[in-house]
Each structure stands twice: as C-alpha cells, then as structure tokens.
Design a protein around this ligand. Structure first.
Ligand code: FES
Length: 81
C-alpha cells in the first residue's frame, strides 16, 4: 500500500491543495489503484512556505501544483507499486 498525504492546512489550501486532491483521486480511480494507493488529507506539515506539501510513504514533496500531478503520479507513485 502506498500512502499519499496531501496537506490541507490553510496555507496549502489557499495554494490549491483541493484541486490536487481531486486530480490525484481521479487518476488513482482511472488506473484502478484504489486498493493500492491510500490518499489522505493532512494537517499543516510545518512547511507552509513551500506548499503545497505532500508525503508519499513519508517522503516529503514540496511546491506541488495541480499541473504537476500527472508527472508526480508517474514518477513518485507508480514506481512504488
Ligand atoms: S499548511 Fe501545508 S505545510 Fe502548512
């Protein structure tokens, strides 16, 4: 199981965490990976300046944007499956 957490703290929310969660959730569903990838929201990760912040199995990802979701999915999630 790959665990993906997206920060939904107020700073990251303002920087667009919601569209990131939506796009990621859709990609996971389209790939039929709901049983292998757990997508969660997280409170502030203490790195608001570099938001949107995420973790993948504990590895921190910074400066995430919705347009980066496709490449992020391919480079950070798929190799872990
Ligand atoms: S709100 Fe996301 S790191 Fe602080």
């Amino acid at each position: 199981m790959v665990e993906v957490s997206v920060c939904i703290g107020s700073a990251c929310h303002l920087k667009g965490s919601h569209p990131i969660v939506e796009k990621l959730s859709r990609k996971i569903a389209d790939a039929g990976l709901q049983d292998q990838v757990e997508l969660k929201g997280s409170f502030c990760m203490g790195d608001c300046v570099n938001g949107v912040c995420m973790t993948v199995n504990g590895k921190k990802i910074r400066n995430m944007t919705a347009k980066d979701v496709d490449s992020f999915f391919e480079s950070e999630i798929l190799p872990l499956l």
